[in-house]
Design a protein around this ligand. Structure first.
Ligand code: IPM
Ligand code: MG
Length: 359
């Protein structure tokens, strides 16, 4: 059966990196028999510019019927003053809700060739392999009520709601334990149970669900401590499971341990394992159109898609190996060049495709 992939390039470097990832997909189609159909659609600021909507109905329809979505990056300074509902980031948030992409897998892994690009000592980060499982469709990002109001004395106030229902915590707990079963079988649940009721229930449910996974070791950590431990000795972690907001913050911290966010993909999955795949970095307006963006995070997002949604683990490994070979050749984009010489977005894409073709 032909799998349908929606391609949403987005803004600034979005189209530049997606272009290289699409070339990788097409190479797999041609040389490895990958059976996919690609459909491009507008998203983010680019879509807003055309139609006044960061997630046009046509795009949403394509995404709803697709097996997977490959997403570039959205946003830019010219959109920051827009009303919240019209901002590019809303496209991503709405896609997460509409497709119920509640499970966000954010690996923080370090290619051995890049150990020196991390700002931490090599012995702290070498061999790093953490998986952050972030709850993505609940918590304070979506809780109601939210908004602004003016008090009787004229003072302005704003508010958001942190709320989690049992089923939301339960399903992300299952995701985390299942991911851990395929790894080192350790789950650390990160919360703020010393202060928040929401975290108290979160912790209880984690403990309940863990009984179904006796092979997996569950531990708990407060989020402030987790932030410290991540930079102190990150290799103590295998799988970290946490809520939407804590996961947003900790996953960027974990990502930076690897030296560059230009290397990291992420998957946002629904209950059937279908999902949205994207690089974790943003649209980088400052380097857009200069040809220096690193396409590897997006190319590795394709690998994640093949592994998690398209049941093509072998092809996923081929891509990951090709990326590693490119690094072995000494080819670097600016972000991972450690001050040394670097090549262009296109050069890296060419190299990955050529290595794949030669297999
Ligand atoms: C992320 C991003 C998004 C988030 C933004 C763009 C809405 O930071 O995917 O981590 O906060 O979830
Ligand atoms: Mg973030």
């Amino acid at each position: 059966m032909t799998a349908k992939i929606a391609i949403l390039a987005g803004d600034f470097i979005g189209p530049e990196i997606i272009h290289e990832a699409v070339r990788v997909l097409k190479c797999l189609q041609k040389h490895f028999g990958l059976n996919v159909e690609l459909e491009h659609a507008d998203v983010g600021g680019a879509a807003y510019d055309k139609s006044g909507n960061p997630l046009p109905e046509a795009t949403l329809e394509i995404c709803k019927s697709a097996d997977s979505i490959l997403f570039g990056a959205v946003g830019g300074p010219q959109y920051e003053a827009l009303e919240r509902d019209l901002r590019p980031e809303q496209a991503l948030l709405r896609l997460r809700t509409e497709r119920e992409l509640f499970a966000n897998l954010r690996p923080a892994t370090l290619f051995p060739q890049l150990t020196n690009t991390s700002s931490l000592k090599p012995e702290v980060v070498s061999g790093l392999d953490i998986m952050i499982v972030r709850e993505l469709t609940g918590g304070i990002y979506f809780g109601q009520p939210r908004g602004f109001r003016t008090l009787e004395n004229g003072e302005r106030e704003s508010f958001n709601t942190l709320v989690y229902s049992e089923h939301e915590v339960r399903r992300i707990a299952h995701t985390a334990f299942q991911v851990a079963l395929k790894r080192k079988r350790k789950v650390c649940s990160v919360d703020k149970a010393n202060v928040l009721e929401v975290s108290e229930l979160w912790r209880q449910i984690m403990i309940e669900v863990s009984k179904e996974y006796p092979e997996v070791e569950l531990s708990h950590m407060y989020v402030d401590n987790a932030a410290m431990q991540l930079v102190k000795w990150p290799k103590q972690f295998d799988v970290i499971v946490t809520d939407n907001l804590f996961g947003d913050i900790l996953s960027d911290t974990a990502a930076m341990l690897t030296g560059s966010i230009g290397m990291l993909p992420t998957a946002s999955l629904d209950k059937n394992g279908k999902g949205l795949y994207e690089p974790i970095h943003g649209s980088a307006p400052d380097i857009s159109a200069t040809g220096v963006a690193n396409p590897l995070a997006t190319i590795l997002s394709v690998a994640m898609m093949l592994r998690y949604s398209l049941n093509e683990a072998e092809m996923a490994t081929q891509i990951e190996q090709a990326v590693s070979d490119v690094l072995d050749l000494g080819m670097r984009t600016q972000d991972i060049a450690d001050g040394g010489s670097y090549v262009s977005t296109r050069n890296i894409g060419d190299a990955v495709v050529n290595i794949l073709k030669s297999r």
